[in-house]
Design a protein around this ligand. Sequence first.
Ligand SMILES: Cc1cc2nc3c(=O)[nH]c(=O)nc-3n(C[C@H](O)[C@H](O)[C@H](O)COP(=O)(O)OP(=O)(O)OC[C@H]3O[C@@H](n4cnc5c(N)ncnc54)[C@H](O)[C@@H]3O)c2cc1C
Length: 497
Amino acid sequence: MAAPSTLTPSSTTPDVHALHAALARVVPDHCLLVEAEDLRPYECDGLAAYRSMPLMVALPETIEQVSHILRTCHEFGVPVVARGAGTGLSGGALPLSDGLLLSLTKFDRILEVDPANRTARVQPGVRNLAISQTVEPHGLYYAPDPSSQIVCSIGGNVAENAGGVHCLKYGLTVHNILSLKLVTITGEVMTLGSAALDGPGFDLLALMNGSEGMLGVIVEVTVKLLPKPEFAQVVMAAFDDVEKAGSAVANVIAEGIIPGGLEMMDKGCIQAAEDFVHAGYPLEAAAILLCELDGNQAEVREQIAQVQSILERSGCSDIRISQSEQERLLFWAGRKAAFPAVGRLSPDYYCIDGTIPRKELARVLRGIEGFSEEFGLPVVNVFHAGDGNLHPLILFDANREGELHKAEELGGRILELCVAVGGTITGEHGVGVEKIKQMCVQFSSAELEQFHAVKHAFDPDTLLNPGKAVPTLARCAEFGAMHVHHNQLPFPELERF
Ligand SMILES: Cc1cc2nc3c(=O)[nH]c(=O)nc-3n(C[C@H](O)[C@H](O)[C@H](O)COP(=O)(O)OP(=O)(O)OC[C@H]3O[C@@H](n4cnc5c(N)ncnc54)[C@H](O)[C@@H]3O)c2cc1C
């Protein structure tokens, strides 16, 4: 067995044979991939415009093996990128050419379901939807439901603090996790959180939500389960004007109603989704709202009547209410398939994820339209309207010289506009490599320094997912990006919208 050599990340190419030999002391050979054809499937996540082959891939089967891998990489100075299902849209699981990719796909077991306490203890590679499917016989479900829930893993959900249609009412991942097990870069196993509602000390559990694999590797998650609502109905309202639809969203929330989901799609998206799943969407509408109410039958019927009246007062041109469970699911099918449906409109699309105060919806949509004209690239919009979480999809063709770059520039302008109106550069997809420049716009130097201090406390040698999510101050200077204070807007476009 070769003795481990100590290497500085990125400055020296790690000795892959020595690393392999050291890992193989504990990790079985079939769990370590080094051949180019085995590494290729891991070269990107859902942000396929960015690709890089890892030095090697490890697919551990036990927590002991994860500890050994991290401890060994720490000794060797080799960076580690954790990966769940690889559906992330911001390049968080993009491998590093001098690093090890740590895939959690073999951690795919539901360890315990506790219906009395309404919790489930699961491994991080378990698919989001598999949790709800498993606990369904108990009349329970796991609420956060990203559109990628058939595939994405709960570990990836925690690392990105994933959201979904039902998060408006039931909270993001951070609100639905009770505890987790984390392995540090030096191989220690820590338990964060507990079965109790609150605990002493800093809330390290909350810190892990959205930590993008930069503080530790999640190897077990205890999630909260909710009783399945007795009844749910969806109102689908059509608008001949996007602005009216935006105001309708604000009006529903202002009346004190918190729908189970409140989603909006614009014309381009409606057409794409309708062609794809035939959900019965009105093709002539400029925008539709899907508003779900859930609870007991009497409560839902009362709220449906209230919502109907608000939407009519807000100027909707047509309104339909699902009359069966089948129709409710059909209304949602179009929304849930919006991304693949848009994929049929153009060779490539680039999905942006930003959040704005709800009242700014109309102004920001006008801004996006302006950018779309300026850059000559169509943009269609689908969003978690109730949360103010936008997903503009920029259509482009990567085979055309310079179009990817143009799409990225346009996306960056949209995110900066979100910050300028008091919003954020991410609603649920994380920062990864995609939005690292806009982090310099969102945060001041002092704030970024605090992020680095937290990272340093967990990972002093910067080996966990380095180069992602938090830019160095030097990079911000290099980008020339400037922190934007809300309401002190160095953003000339805002005057126009
Ligand atoms: C069609 C489509 C629709 C989507 N819709 C939504 C949506 O509605 N809402 C939403 O929030 N997201 C959505 N996403 C984005 C994506 O599915 C989520 O970000 C998801 O949480 C990623 O999970 P994953 O298992 O694929 O993680 P990966 O992509 O593998 O990894 C994501 C990040 O988490 C880290 N990570 C993964 N596992 C671990 C672990 N065990 N320990 C530590 N770090 C880890 C990685 O290093 C990386 O930084 C969508 C994606 C697609 C392709």
